[in-house]
Design a protein around this ligand. Structure first.
Ligand code: 5GP
Length: 189
C-alpha cells in the first residue's frame, strides 16, 4: 500500500532510548514506510555490514559528498559524520513511499526546515537519565569514554525535544510503540 502524500518521519532520541527497536516495529507495521540508510564515517560496530545499517564511508568520501551537495542533511555526532543522501529521499518519494529517518537532533532541525510541509518529527525520550545510563551500559558494545560522551550529548539532546512535533516517553516498549504508531498512522495511512 502506498501513502497518499509521502512524508519524512524523523525520529530522534539519545542513544539508549530504545529508538532502534521502535523503528524496526514501525517498518514491519507500515509497508509504505522505508528506512533511510545513512552514511557515516564511524567504524562498523559488532556485526554491522556496509549498506545494511549504514553506508560506511571514509572521511574523505564523506567530505566529497558534502562538497557535491549529495546530502539532504548531515551533522557531526559523537565525533563522527552522519548524513542522509538526497537520493534516498527523492527515490522513495517518487515511488510514493514515506521515509523513516533515525537521525540526531541537528539533522532533524535541518529536515524540518528543508521539508516544512512533508516532515513529521518525533523525539523519543528515556524515562530518566539514570535509566538511559543503565540501558547504555547494558548494551556492552561501547567503551567507557564513548558511554560518557553519549550521556553528555543526551543532556543537550533532551534540551531540544520541544522543537519536535511530538515527544514519546519510552517507559515501556509496548506503551511507547502504541503512541508512536498512532502518531505515524495519522500522517501516512
Ligand atoms: P550510532 O553511531 O549509535 O549508530 O548513531 C549515533 C547517532 O547518529 C544517533 O543519534 C543517530 O540517530 C544519528 N544518526 C544516524 N544517521 C544519521 C544521519 O544520517 N544524520 C544525522 N544527522 N544523524 C544521524
Amino acid at each position: 500500500m502506498k501513502s497518499r502524500t509521502p512524508f519524512l518521519i524523523v525520529i530522534s532520541a539519545p542513544s539508549g532510548a530504545g529508538k532502534t527497536t521502535l523503528c524496526q516495529r514501525l517498518l514491519v507495521e507500515f509497508p509504505n514506510l522505508k528506512l533511510s540508510i545513512s552514511s557515516t564515517t564511524r567504524a562498523p560496530r559488532g556485526s554491522e555490514k556496509d549498506g545494511v545499517e549504514y553506508h560506511f564511508l571514509t572521511s574523505e568520501a564523506f567530505k566529497d559528498g558534502i562538497d557535491q551537495g549529495r546530502f539532504a542533511e548531515w551533522a557531526q555526532v559523537h565525533g563522527n559524520y552522519y548524513g542522509t543522501a538526497k537520493q534516498t529521499i527523492e527515490s522513495n518519494f517518487k515511488k510514493g513511499y514515506s521515509v523513516l529517518l533515525d537521525i540526531d537532533v541537528q539533522g532533524a532541525e535541518l529536515l524540518r526546515q528543508a521539508f516544512p510541509k512533508q516532515c513529521f518529527s518525533i523525539f523519543i525520550a528515556p524515562p530518566s537519565m539514570e535509566e538511559l545510563e543503565r540501558r547504555l551500559r547494558a548494551r556492552k558494545t561501547e567503551r567507557e569514554e564513548v558511554i560518557l560522551k553519549r550521556l553528555e550529548n543526551a543532556k543537550s539532546e533532551m534540551d531540544q525535544k520541544h522543537l519536535f512535533d511530538a515527544v514519546v516517553v519510552n517507559d515501556s516498549l509496548d506503551n511507547a510503540y502504541a503512541q508512536l504508531k498512532a502518531l505515524v498512522e495519522k500522517k501516512i495511512r
